[in-house]
Design a protein around this ligand. Structure first.
Ligand SMILES: Cc1cc2nc3c(=O)[nH]c(=O)nc-3n(C[C@H](O)[C@H](O)[C@H](O)COP(=O)(O)OP(=O)(O)OC[C@H]3O[C@@H](n4cnc5c(N)ncnc54)[C@H](O)[C@@H]3O)c2cc1C
Length: 309
């Protein structure tokens, strides 16, 4: 089904679809599986529901690609509002941001300043997570993460196991401590930069997860977040961790809202840290297409919604 994945990821970039598709109610019903709603209040409600089940949360606002500094500043302000509410209302959540929404493509210094604004007001003990986007953004994203870490910030970055470079990146980032969220990768990449076969992506994932949970990483104080819905990999990592003397609460798993809910609950009940990334916002179309691309069978839910209008 590689063709279906490629098609869906191309649809994510298509402006015509992006502007029209979200208006259709069957598409809105489709995305509702992965998103509690478009407003921050919808997301907060979901965070409270997760909290009641022993599950933590990371919030992400789905923004459009920014065209100028004013838009990047507006995105940053949106997050400062959220962080203010997290603090005042004691909402048990962290945030995760896309650096391109904070102006990475416009000016790296400006983007770093925007990220620093968020780090400065993030409540103590809460990590500000940085998503990883297309491979063309990796160098700039890691440079900003490094600078933030060197300044002592409580910041985390996402790394993608489909990229050939990631194992090397992990090695150079480990001494910085901080936080790394390991994912497989959600963008359309060429075989030159990314493993084209899923089994290689999965094996690389398992290998890197062991490094992130290994002794050197623990000594550096790294917080490793294993972000996957792949129950086989989760079981392998749990077995490996038990064999290597790690306690259950030393393992942190992250998943997306609405996916593998039973597994999220199981991990929390077993004493692992179980965290869900809750997305909200009006500009959900490209994000939704990436969710469909991860599991093209999801398209059938969308089709069913269309025929049951
Ligand atoms: C917390 C979190 C943060 C993320 N941040 C980023 C990021 O910053 N950058 C980035 O490139 N990617 C990010 N991703 C997405 C990631 O790269 C993968 O595309 C996604 O997690 C699917 O891969 P998987 O590890 O679940 O494994 P897969 O092998 O793709 O899936 C394993 C199983 O999980 C279930 N599953 C997976 N996806 C879906 C779905 N959409 N709908 C229904 N079932 C599904 C299916 O049962 C599937 O068989 C993030 C994912 C998570 C969980």
């Amino acid at each position: 089904m590689t063709w279906a994945r490629t098609l869906l990821l191309q649809a994510a970039q298509n402006r015509w679809l992006r502007e029209r598709a979200p208006q259709y109610s069957f598409v809105k019903r489709g995305v509702a599986r992965f998103m509690p709603g478009e407003s921050a209040e919808d997301a907060f409600r979901a965070v409270r529901e997760l909290q009641a089940k022993g599950i933590g949360a990371v919030l992400t606002a789905l923004g459009e690609n920014v065209a100028d500094r004013a838009e990047a500043e507006a995105e940053t302000s949106q997050y400062t509002d959220i962080l203010g509410k997290i603090w005042v209302q004691r909402i048990p959540a962290e945030i995760s941001v896309k650096l391109t929404h904070l102006g990475l493509d416009l000016d790296k210094e400006f983007c770093f300043a925007n990220l620093s604004r968020l780090i400065a007001i993030s409540p103590t003990g809460k990590t500000v997570w940085i998503d990883m986007e297309q491979s063309s953004c990796v160098d700039a994203t890691l440079e900003i993460y490094r600078r933030a870490r060197e300044a002592g910030a409580n910041v985390g970055v996402c790394l993608q196991s489909y990229l050939r470079r990631t194992e090397e990146d992990v090695r150079s980032l480990l001494p910085l401590g901080g936080a790394i969220r390991l994912v497989k990768g959600a963008y359309n990449e060429t075989p030159e930069v990314a493993f084209p076969h899923k089994r290689d992506v999965d094996e690389n994932y398992f290998r890197i997860a062991q490094t992130l949970l290994g002794e050197d990483a623990r000594r550096a104080g790294l917080r490793a977040a294993i972000a996957t819905h792949d129950t086989r990999i989760i079981a392998r990592i749990q077995d490996w961790a038990a064999a290597n003397g790690l306690a259950k609460n030393q393992l942190e798993f992250q998943m997306l809202y609405g996916i593998q809910r039973a597994e999220q609950l199981r991990l929390a009940a077993e004493g692992c840290r179980s965290i869900v990334l809750v997305a909200y916002g009006k500009y959900w179309f490209p994000w939704y297409m990436r969710r469909l691309a991860e599991r093209p069978a999801n398209v059938w839910f969308l089709a069913r919604n269309f025929f049951s209008r």
